[in-house]
Write a protein that binds this ligand. Sequence first.
Ligand code: NAP
Ligand code: MG
Length: 505
Amino acid sequence: MSTVLSDIAAQPAPSSSVRAFIGKKPRLLINGEWVEARSGKTLAVFDPATGSEIARVAEAGVEDVDRAVAAARAAFESGPWPEMLPAAREALLWRLADLIEQHAAEFAEIESLDNGKTRFMASIVDVPGARNYFRYMAGWATKIEGTTMQTSIGGVPGAKFHTYVAREPVGVVAQIVPWNFPLAMAAWKLAPALAVGCTCILKPAEQTPLSALRLGELIREAGIPPGVVNILTGLGETTGAALVAHPGIDKIAFTGSTEVGKLISKSAADTVKRVSLELGGKSPVIVLPDADVNGVVGGAANAIFFNSGQVCTAGSRLYVHRTIFDRVVEGLSAAAGEIRLGPGLDQATQMGPLVSKEQQERVLGYIESGRKQGAAVLTGGEAPSHPGYFVKPTIMVNVRPEMRVVREEIFGPVLVAQRFDQLDEVVKAANDSPYGLGASIWTNNLSAAHRLIPRIKAGTVWVNCHNMVDPNMPFGGFKQSGVGREHGRVAIDMYTELKSVCMLV
Ligand code: NAP
Ligand code: MG
């Protein structure tokens, strides 16, 4: 069953409250005030389901970056935030989470319009995920602790020392996020930084700035003090680069492409900023011969097609044992062909468009490169003839390890499927990648699973599931998939400095 023009519904009109929000004047959140960009420049925001402009946002320039850094610095050095009782910071983060919950339907609609994902998915994944993330991290505000230690410092006869390590907030943090989960990525960045007492400057992706701006309104409403969170919409090469180079910033937290992550690392080195990076992936899905074929088909389809494949941990390389390869791939092809493409606000839609024309062209370009290098497209492989940035769910076979479609992150609904015979062979193939973000293993053979897990070079290994994340489960990559881990206690570590104190008593 292939998608034809008439299958793609028209985008329903957004609600009046969302129309009112996206019709507001373009502005930046600096020092608790909504202000225009100094240059007066603005950027267009498009609905990916139609390709039409739906809003304009401010384009922050270098002067605006300076203003935001000054505000965040003042809020950190002399404002109430780092000095506030941890329980008071916790309460404010909970209040923000409650406000997200109160406006959940509106957020789901904004996220759908801006990114293209379905309102339904935004309402069960992105919005509650962001809310829960603020709640989880709010709890850490009151649990920061240090250690005391014994020392063997000699040379001072009779001297005793009291020695301990304290944790302090790292300072002013710039947080640069991508377009695939705009609200959730903003939460992943802001919540731990705020919990420990840092002040922040958030730069959302140019394609998806809207939910961050709505969040900014709620941050003010919650009563988080001025300057603690500043939000700069703008371009990566200008606004983002200016933040990364700015001497007034102590730490950069980035999620996005490996290419930009490398640029950020290099630029931040000049001022020795702390840098944490969540980058790309090309995550393998490994199916052992005993696996339940029906379960694998559903699981592998979700692993690659969730969020139209625009997920850093998307299960984009499928390795199936030769004995069940044909059955798995046939099942997946059938499942892919039945996915209903459409605009995110339409209730019948199962998969929305990609985020932008650029991303659509990029993904179609990858499919074309696979064809040229000899891969076969089993299903999908094209855009439906319809406005909007749609790409049909695509499965490619007859691929070889050196092909670009196997090696590079496509970030779209494109799966490449390969056979294997031996476990050693699939371990080698799975690890034959510059990336190491996620991986999943599908089997009921406990012993085989436990033997494989330590051999897979990935920050997360799922067994009989994929793409499951939790605020308490460290998330990040091996190799070129990143530096550092988000979530859990390690996220708190990432936004704090250790201070050793040694006192002669
Ligand atoms: P990207 O360029 O890495 O964008 C991520 C964020 O970084 C955006 O806010 C971006 O701003 C900003 N940025 C870009 N260049 C910068 C610079 N020189 N200095 C500071 N900040 C900068 O990703 P993209 O262009 O949106 O997508 C390109 C590819 O990256 C995708 O096709 C996909 O393969 C990969 N990607 C991966 C993830 C992930 O989670 N691993 C997420 C998104 C994309 P602008 O929005 O203005 O560019
Ligand atoms: Mg970019």
